[in-house]
Design a protein around this ligand. Sequence first.
Ligand SMILES: CC(C)(COP(=O)(O)OP(=O)(O)OC[C@H]1O[C@@H](n2cnc3c(N)ncnc32)[C@H](O)[C@@H]1OP(=O)(O)O)[C@@H](O)C(=O)NCCC(=O)NCCS
Length: 173
Amino acid sequence: MNQSEIEAILKVHRLAFGEAEGEETAQLAKDFLDHQETISISVKRDGRIAGNVLFTPFVFEDHLDTKCYLLAPCGVSPEYQGCGVGKELMETSIEHLKSIGTDAVFVLGVPTFYPRYGFVPTDKQTPYPDLLTAHEAWMALELTAGAVEKLSGKTRAIPQFMQPHWWDTSGRE
Ligand SMILES: CC(C)(COP(=O)(O)OP(=O)(O)OC[C@H]1O[C@@H](n2cnc3c(N)ncnc32)[C@H](O)[C@@H]1OP(=O)(O)O)[C@@H](O)C(=O)NCCC(=O)NCCS
């Protein structure tokens, strides 16, 4: 990925998450893009990136053969929100993740948006389970039948994700 594409992705997240969270989310996206195994999916409109979503490896320590990802962040530039970009991002991502043999995807996110694409609340462990007060915001999408049910025990995200503030849902809807 070249530098201008990286800048365009960071700009999308900066704008999508607004003044309160935009800068921090763009920084997170930058850290994730530096990680070799991160999957980046973008959707273009008018010749430029209008939306982007990143997937980073998520490991269940007792189930190393089960291939899981964490979805974050997912953002669409405000000027393109409400026009199907988010839907296209999700559908394209799910197709790609399936094609590379992904078993499940997890997200800490808006409980009204992700269920449209098959995510359901899950009780599997987050890296900081004690901070997770908004339980309906922690969701899983199963891509291999029966994969999620079998998962249990401790989980591990990439180091950039292991900061408690990403898992504190006390201020979220
Ligand atoms: C949430 C977001 C990614 C959705 O992208 P979008 O391009 O606006 O979504 P789309 O226009 O493709 O809408 C897809 C569907 O989701 C619905 N939807 C859009 N935003 C939603 C939201 N915040 N909550 C619930 N549903 C939402 C739409 O009504 C649409 O439903 P339909 O298919 O029944 O018509 C985008 O609005 C965004 O970047 N928001 C700010 C950042 C954010 O909150 N990211 C998610 C954090 S976990």
